[in-house]
Unconditional design. Structure first.
Length: 114
């Protein structure tokens, strides 16, 4: 299910930045690329996956996987969490789902190393 997205409600510094992203160019992206996609007519799906990656077993990085559609095309945009992205996720009527809910091996791939 797609969400009705009104990006005009998100008054952020990213509004002046245009950053296109393609999955073959980089593995993850930032909130600026997500905002650009939304501004270019891509629609968010209601369910947003998230996955936690552990660095050296002591510091984690959260990545949201936004599923977007436009004109019959679908893409998944992995976006690294930051305060801007957290605010978008908090303000949109989306359901957050751990990645392991769809991929049982995800939880074992990214456990902290000891």
């Amino acid at each position: 299910m797609e969400l009705e997205t009104n990006i005009g409600n998100w008054h952020y510094a990213y509004m002046d930045m245009i950053r296109h992203w393609h999955p073959e160019s980089e593995k993850y992206t930032g909130g600026d690329a997500l905002f650009t996609a939304l501004e270019n007519g891509w629609q968010l799906h209601q369910e947003v996956e998230f996955e936690e990656y552990w660095l050296a077993g002591v510091r984690s990085v959260l990545v949201y996987r936004f599923k977007l559609t436009r004109n019959g095309e679908t893409m998944v945009m992995p976006v690294i969490r930051n305060p801007y992205v957290n605010r978008i996720v908090r303000e949109m009527p989306a359901t957050l789902v751990p990645a392991e809910a769809h991929d049982p091996e995800a939880s074992s791939r990214f456990r902290p190393s000891r």
